[in-house]
Design a protein around this ligand. Sequence first.
Ligand code: PEP
Ligand code: MN
Length: 332
Amino acid sequence: MITVLKPNTTKEQQDHLIKWFEERGLGVHISEGQDYTVLGLIGDTSKIDVSLIESLSMVDSVKRVSEPYKQCSRKFHPEDTVIEVGNTKIGGGNFAVIAGPCSVESEEQLTTIAEDVKRSGATMLRGGAFKPRTSPYSFQGLRADGIELLMKAKEKTGLPIVTEIMNADHLPLFKDVDVIQVGARNMQNFELLKELGKTDKVILLKRGLANTFTELLMSAEYILSEGNQNVILCERGIRTFETYTRNTLDLSAVPVLHELTHLPVVIDPSHATGMSRLVPPMAMAAAACGADGIMVEVHNNPACALCDGAQSLTPAQFDEMLKKVTKIREVL
Ligand code: PEP
Ligand code: MN
């Protein structure tokens, strides 16, 4: 971290600030220019509050040179993280295909979709049991019963299960869930992240509706810093001025996050676009730009889905899409 002092800073003020840094375990390298003095801080500055220093009258500017996250940084861990889920892998060249309904609705609905997506080549089954809905009057999910149905579908198909948690108190219900999803709305639910960090579960962390890459990585850092290294990041579109699509798919998430972190990155083209016809081209684009996987909503009867029917592919459309995605991966 670099702190630039204003030209009129007195020696006394400068010494006072240097002492304050040293008391926090940092080394200070002083570089005196003609007008400005630059203090280069050496050591772990992650606990230093940049805005506190910026607010000092003697300070011109403060700049972080290293990222505020450590454990999820590629500098800390240069090789790709490969995460094992059941008998499949994600990351380091292993491509995950997570498919299934937005919400678990019934045993019949889930089983038929699970069998269909497995036949097409899905490697994991998704399905929401606890649903974060904008309206309290919308279908809230089958909750604990939904998780039981997911377990039955896992038993039948062998597909590992991905499902969302909204409350750390529900963790005991997730003991046999393979991948616990943290949805966009909970990306910065720090107490939930800390609790998940204490488990050894694989966590799929979705980018918040209006969060930066740094904020996403800081949220991942909450999980890693508690000891759980099994985190998959998911770009699911962000809010922009565009309202034609449900969100704006920020595909640059893939190369950017691959640069910044060793964690696998998956793309969710369903929530990103909100329209089933836009899902296949965006899934292909995700594969083309090097994503470690895709997460796609599939429903046997989208017109009657209790949630997100408009963005759900039928099993036949999913099958066709996956063939194209596979072709793109072969070209690469
Ligand atoms: C979901 O995956 O069903 C979901 C609610 O996604 P998001 O948190 O990205 O809106
Ligand atoms: Mn959904």
